[in-house]
Design a binder for this molecule. Structure first.
Ligand code: RUQ
Ligand code: CUA
Length: 630
């Protein structure tokens, strides 16, 4: 055993250093390489013995070998976690392993602190909708690894897909997907994010224009393929049954969607009757060939290919393989090595391993199922550590189960043999996510279990409880999974993506060239009456003033205000808050935004800055004077 060890930042420290970091032997490896090398050489056990450091958490729940997760004041986390906010409509950014919430990114919700839904551009993006239901934030990848460009997230409620620009951590595009109700699953086509897939959950008449109202037999759901740059819907495939979650193969060939209600029922009893439901495997190149060849119907301006079971396109070489799996499969995710798509039973204690390469060879797609371990009650979602293990949430058992993927292929169906261990979580986990689990190369150290119920875990706050996101250390196969911390979450995170900090490079201030609106410098401010009932204002904001002390308009005028924050110092934010007009436009350094409103209330309105920007922040206000009509 060596005396010299390194911190995970590479600095050499002695093993007597007792600051609770993961102490690594001086192998010239970072922590991640270390774990992989350790696993490959079967050396994990012997190393774990001498690198294990006592964890001093006093909750008694964590054991040895857990690297420090209390990121000290002033230090940064190692990972960004992007968690969906569910029907709060946003995406939250947490640091890992501290689990500190660093930022919220409003997406489908109106949010005043970031001015989302307040300025003209974001208002237009929201298009009158006030809420959304985000479930699956996925980050763009290049060559099966995070490239730091964009995040994409679905809106289950209003059938939309949004893009978040990771340079500014802000929503920059939203598409309302036609022919789709309940856009649930979402993911990028790998390896290079050539398409974004949106999975339609609710079956509806096609088109849904008042026809076939009481003929549920004829309802269908669709898979939508969206161009990641233009955010246009490129094509759709219509299928039988409700769809649920989705994930794509790492080579771009396949997209897998789970589903329930293959019988097309319209109440719970009918929906849960069938013993088997389908995982659909969409053959993406085959579908694109049909689109090229014009073999589609145009519905609401989108090319819709018929992928239902009776479709002629599913004779012979099918474009959609319907793989019967038990029962109402919910989560599906592709293993990092692209060998298997793993779909969980939800209403069945098993999970099905679909061998991806076998799909081209088998006559009955069900023969591509090469493993079906019995994991426990209510299996929902599966994540990976890159060392051959899978981690699946058990909603009903309130556990996370760790199991061996290859062992599940070797074992008899319904065998419990592949199970390595189970850990209790609190309570009823939905998704779980491991660091970079959605890439070809997961990091294998941290995992978050996103638990739906928290019950007694936090101070009571009335009948609405927070959810509980629990951090679990999975980097030590010898010690096993170790519960590290509870973290309350506002309703309600579903899925998440975790990305190493080295792969993101956010801007510190805006680059005016990235914005549509022209920068207004000090000295360029103007107030202009451009029509009888329209006034255009251009002004700047800085500590501690706006470009004008007074702006006078007439009752009934449409007022268009364009404002630049001309500060160049990072973190000096201002806003344009206009009392009684329901407006608060956030302005980060070098940012320009526009807001248009009707000055329909005569009177004096102090427009002010809502960010505490300096000692004279309170003085940062001017008058909007609205003269009454005579
Ligand atoms: S779903 S809790 Cu919306 Cu991803 Cu499974
Ligand atoms: Cu600007 Cu307060």
């Amino acid at each position: 055993m060596t005396d010299h060890t390194t911190h995970d930042d590479g600095t050499d420290v002695s093993e007597t250093d007792d600051d609770n970091r993961l102490l690594l032997p001086q192998l010239g490896l970072d922590r991640r390489d270390f774990m992989k090398a350790g696993a490959a050489a079967g050396a994990m056990g012997s190393l774990a013995g001498c690198t294990g450091v006592l964890n001093n958490d006093d909750d008694g729940e964590t054991a040895t070998g857990v690297p420090d997760h209390d990121v000290p004041p002033g230090e940064h986390d190692e990972y960004y976690a992007f968690l969906s906010g569910g029907h709060a409509g946003d995406v939250r950014v947490h640091g890992l392993p501290s689990m500190r919430e660093i930022m919220r990114i409003p997406v489908f919700n109106v949010e005043s602190a970031r001015g989302h839904g307040h300025d003209d551009e974001s208002r237009e993006m929201l298009d009158g909708y006030r809420w959304g239901d985000t479930h699956h934030p996925r980050l763009s990848q290049t060559d099966n690894d995070y490239d730091g460009r964009f995040a994409y997230v679905n809106d289950k409620a209003n059938g939309r897909m949004a893009r978040i620009d990771l340079k500014y951590f802000e929503t920059d595009a939203i598409v309302d997907i036609p022919n789709q109700q309940g856009t649930h699953g979402a993911c990028a086509q790998l390896p290079d994010t050539d398409l974004i897939f949106g999975v339609g959950e609710f079956r509806v008449p096609m088109p849904n224009d008042g026809r076939d109202l009481t003929d549920p037999e004829s309802y269908t759901s669709t898979l939508a393929a969206i161009d990641p740059e233009t955010m246009n819907v490129e094509w759709q495939v219509q299928i039988d049954g409700n769809m649920d979650n989705g994930d794509g193969s790492k080579d771009g060939r396949w997209f897998f969607a789970t589903g329930y209600n293959s019988e097309g029922g319209i109440n719970e009893q009918e929906m849960t009757r069938p013993d088997r439901d389908w995982v659909k495997a969409f053959d993406i190149p085959a579908i694109e060939e049909l689109v090229e060849a014009g073999e589609y119907e145009t519905i609401n301006d989108v090319a819709v290919v018929d992928g239902t079971r009776d479709s002629p396109h599913n004779d012979g070489d099918p474009i959609v393989h319907y793989i019967a799996t038990p029962k109402s499969p919910h989560g599906v995710s592709v293993t990092p090595d692209n060998e298997y798509a793993i779909a969980s039973g939800k209403l069945d204690p098993t999970t099905a391993l679909i061998e991806i390469d076998a799909l081209d060879d088998v006559d009955d797609p069900t023969d591509a199922i090469v493993g079906r371990p019995r994991l426990g009650m209510g299996p929902l979602h599966t994540a990976y550590d890159g060392r051959g293990h899978a981690y699946t949430t058990l909603f009903i058992d309130s556990q996370v189960v760790k199991w061996d993927i290859e062992a599940a292929v070797e074992a008899e169906p319904e065998s419990e043999e592949p199970i390595i261990e189970k850990i209790d979580v609190h309570y009823n986990p939905g998704h779980l996510i491991a660091a970079e689990s959605y890439t070809a190369d997961p990091q294998g150290d941290w995992l978050i279990s996103l638990n739906k119920l928290s019950k007694d875990r936090f101070l009571p706050v009335g009948p609405v409880h927070p959810e509980n996101d629990q951090l679990i250390y999975i980097g030590d196969d010898e010690e096993g999974m170790q519960l590290v911390k509870d973290s309350p979450a506002y309703a309600e995170p579903h899925d998440a993506s975790i990305c190493h900090r080295s792969k993101l490079d956010p801007a510190d201030v805006y680059d005016p060239d990235d914005l549509e609106l022209d920068h207004v410098s000090a000295g360029d401010e103007s107030i202009e009456r451009v029509a009888d009932d329209r006034v255009e204002v251009e002004m700047y904001s800085m500590r501690n003033e706006f470009g004008f002390e007074d702006i006078t308009v007439q009752e009934g005028d449409t007022v268009e205000m364009t404002v630049t924050n001309i500060e160049t110092t990072s973190d000096i934010l201002h806003s344009l808050a206009i009392p009684e007009y329901d407006i608060n436009v956030k302005l980060a350094p070098q940012e320009t935004r526009k807001v248009t409103f009707e000055a329909d209330k005569p009177g004096v309105y102090w427009f002010y800055c809502a960010f505490f920007c300096s000692a004279l922040h309170l003085e940062m206000r001017s008058r909007l004077i609205v003269e009454p009509e005579d």
